[in-house]
Design a protein around this ligand. Structure first.
Ligand code: AP5
Length: 221
């Protein structure tokens, strides 16, 4: 099962992808997390990505495609993969299709999460992330037991640099211009079922809808 999580910043792709991958044993590949790890480690990839990420722009396709091909080459796709934050442009989607084709695979589901912009801005403003174990919290909806500390590993939580309101507005514009066209790309003949799920509900309700979609019981187009 190859699943793509699609949707604007803050809609819950990471939260839901983690739950799905834990429940089903799929490998969770999150390009944003990979890039942030590369930045923390100070690698060449991290240095190249930094300025784009801080402005809320997409990292160039050739950098991202190379990174994802390397990751996909090291996983067993037969065990299931959930792609979170990739592809984000039509050239990335075409490159993914070519890579999977070489393995005799294709995208099975595109899970499109939606929510109004004001909800997204509030969620992103309230997000706090653990830089060590990756657990994600929200000061409004899902606060840690101790303010500013990760429940899972005790590390100090951070507010992502690209989560300030101005950069979030830019990221939303980038999503509309560069990533939303993927919905038609997949709907118009790329062979994967696109299932739209209202992400403006509780985490549990969204999770149930996504499980139904993965199991082929959601309304796909
Ligand atoms: P990335 O890290 O992928 O960011 P994003 O797509 O903008 O998505 P977010 O991580 O902001 O949100 P999310 O949808 O995962 O929401 P989350 O679950 O955290 O990318 C960052 C940057 O990296 C990009 O801007 C770009 O520069 C670069 N990049 C990455 N991939 C790239 C690519 N393929 N090509 C080029 N560049 C790339 O939830 C948000 C908050 O809401 C959390 O606090 C959470 O607790 C809360 N929440 C979640 N669900 C609910 C709910 N149902 N109810 C209430 N609160 C909720």
């Amino acid at each position: 099962m190859i699943v793509i999580m699609l949707g604007p910043p803050g809609v819950g792709k990471g939260t839901q992808a983690k739950l799905l991958s834990e429940a089903r044993g799929y490998r969770h590949v999150a390009t944003g997390d990979l890039l942030r790890a590369a930045r923390r480690e100070g690698t060449e990839l991290g240095r190249k990505a930094q300025a784009f990420m801080d402005r809320g722009e997409l990292v160039p396709d050739e950098i991202i495609i190379g990174m994802v091909e390397e990751v996909l080459g090291a996983v067993d796709p037969e065990g299931g993969v959930i792609l979170d934050g990739f592809p984000r442009t039509v050239p990335q989607a075409e490159a993914l299709a070519d890579s999977l084709d070489r393995l005799g695979l294709s995208v099975d589901r595109v899970l499109l999460l939606t929510a109004p912009d004001e909800v997204l801005v509030k969620r992103v403003a309230g997000r706090r992330s653990c830089p060590v174990c990756g657990k994600v919290y929200n000061v409004h909806f899902n606060a840690p037991a101790e303010d500013g500390r990760c429940d899972a590993c005790g590390s100090e939580l951070v507010h992502r640099a690209d989560d300030d309101p101005e950069t979030v507005r830019n990221r939303l514009g980038v999503y509309r211009r560069q990533t939303e066209p993927l919905v038609d790309f997949y709907r118009n003949g790329a062979g994967a079922a696109v299932v739209e799920v209202d992400g403006n509900r509780s985490v549990d309700t969204v999770q149930s809808a996504l499980f139904e979609a993965v199991d082929g019981r959601g309304a796909g187009t």
